[in-house]
Design a binder for this molecule. Sequence first.
Ligand SMILES: [Zn+2]
Ligand SMILES: [Zn+2]
Length: 706
Amino acid sequence: MSPNASDAEGVVQVVLGRGPLIPLDYLCPGEAPPGTLVRVPFRRGAAVGLVVARGPAEVPRERLRPVLDVIGPALGDAGEALFVAEAMRRRYLCSWPQAVAPLLSCAHGFVPEAALWEAAATLDPDALDRLRRRAPRQYEALAALGAGPGRLPATLSAALAGKGLVRRYEPPRPAPPRGGGPRPTPAQSEALRRLREGRGGVHLLFGVTGSGKTEIYFRLIEDALAAGRGALLLVPEIALTAQLVDLVQARFGPRAAVLHSAVGDAARHSALRRLHEGRADVVVGPRSAAFAPVDPGVVIVDEQHEQSYQQEEAPRYHAQDVVLWRAARRGATVVLGSATPDLGTFQAAREGRIGLVELPERIGGRPLPEVRLADLRRWPGRIFSPELVRMVQESLQAGQQTILLLNRRGFHPSMVCTGCGHVPTCPQCSVGLSYHEGGEAVCHLCGWRGPAPRRCPECRGPLRLLGTGTQRVAQAARETWPGARVLRLDRDAVQQRDGAERVYAAFRGGQADILVGTQMVAKGFDFPLVTAVGVIVADIGLGQPDYRAAERTFQLLMQVSGRAGRAEHPGRAVIQCYDPDHPSVRFALRHDYLGFAEQELEERRRGGYPPFGELLLIGYSGMEEQAVADLARRRTEELERLSGGRARVLGPAPAPIPKAQGRYRWQTLLAGRRRETLRAIAAGLWPLADGPDLREALIFDPRQFR
Ligand SMILES: [Zn+2]
Ligand SMILES: [Zn+2]
């Protein structure tokens, strides 16, 4: 049976976030172009989905169920929403439901409040009379709107709108922002001038820590509002604690909508509702806010190098990709801010593919902290070198604050049997357990916790506790500087108390002298009293099997030393390490991003790593080791065949962590010059295994700029 026009009429194809892999057909009498959010009956309940196409139906019309509600365009613009969903599928090789899931999450909480309608400005008395006689239900609904805007069932709104008797209610534009803010410095004014000149383009705002990027962001947002548009400001999750939110709310008042998982469901829903209704138009949030329903005149990604912009499970999107697609559709200006941009983005700016605007100095000409190196090989067994002890002592005497960074939680990160060398591992992962305060053993991969074994489970020999974690550093700090008030900030501390926010507030409020923590202490926050920063072991992350290990270490060292001396006091930092010659350490000592980038990019070029080549990882996991290994071998052979020499196929091999959360993991790596080639090769694996027993994932290198 061939579909004809009447079959296609009023039929929409809808993708549900957690539904079947293919779009489902529904009847939709009203207007719902592709990219529209709808509520539909699904199984025995209802679900929100995205219209991805219109008719014809795969099944006979009589068997189709009607859409319950037309919610409105996703992202605030249906065409844009469809464009983004399709780009997600193409770019991340994910399924329809995976591609639309993030768009649907920004509809959540708005669903019960479907569109508002109001009566048309002039109503023809004859038409009204006809309506009263022929369609009394429509007439009653229309009469009810006489009291003001209201909601209508989809069938009634479609019928009434078709007759020109009702129209969608457009709430009045929100109040103008309060403005204000400090006078820009000459450097800020110059950066603003260049960004305004490059309106509609993509720019890297490369500015050292403390150079005043926030004020530039706020002024660009004010520009967008003045032009009748909205703004999107993405920040790393950790920066979304009270400090930044207060600044945004002070500046933009009720027009600001903070989309943050920690604000609680009610607050998030209310923010989304205000956005959907047009009452708010300045969005601040983490990576998921990239899908917020707003018309952005400007899009800002602050600390764009942060890993938290990358979603780690499907769809494995990078928030920077998403906002770039949206900005391209909407003609928005994009500003990517960082003191240590990711090398792919930096290379794009260097090649002139995107704009480069620099803010080379700290506000008020404050000098960057003086950074010194302490070679830990000279002080075996010590946590603090004499250089670090002296620096902290002086800071304490001056009544100032210190940050001590160690990117490893717990008390002793590892345990080993002195008798047989056995390492107690997590029952679910192939990862050694860490010893935590209170005699707990913790898996840092999956979070498993249990009582720490006292003796070796294999030979009953004594267990030795090795290495240093943040808990041990905090204890050593109390012993080394008696009387100093020490706070700890890491994932354990955050779980015990009520969140990072409280620790931040206490430290900022001067209720402690020393803050010990993981990378959380390095990010996003401005502590005016901190004059000293100590890095306990700088080269801790360099051994990881990841070509970005050097870049990440360098960024972390730059960031944490930038925490020192942000107000009127000059800052100092001591970096302790085992390999003082490593480029990540050497260049961080001199605050030399350009030097580091130059050297590291050359390494990447030679090795064919991004941004000079492309990588695609195919991961396999499952509950049975043999089945996973077999799948990996089969798939690798397929990939060899599909690639036909167009890409290097590396593997199969067990993943760097061969077992996690009870699942065995293998992988194959594809390396080649062009992303499109790798994608075409990997697409030949379709359909992917996706179940509890066996699962496959395609992971493109996330830190790429296009
Ligand atoms: Zn043993
Ligand atoms: Zn585990």
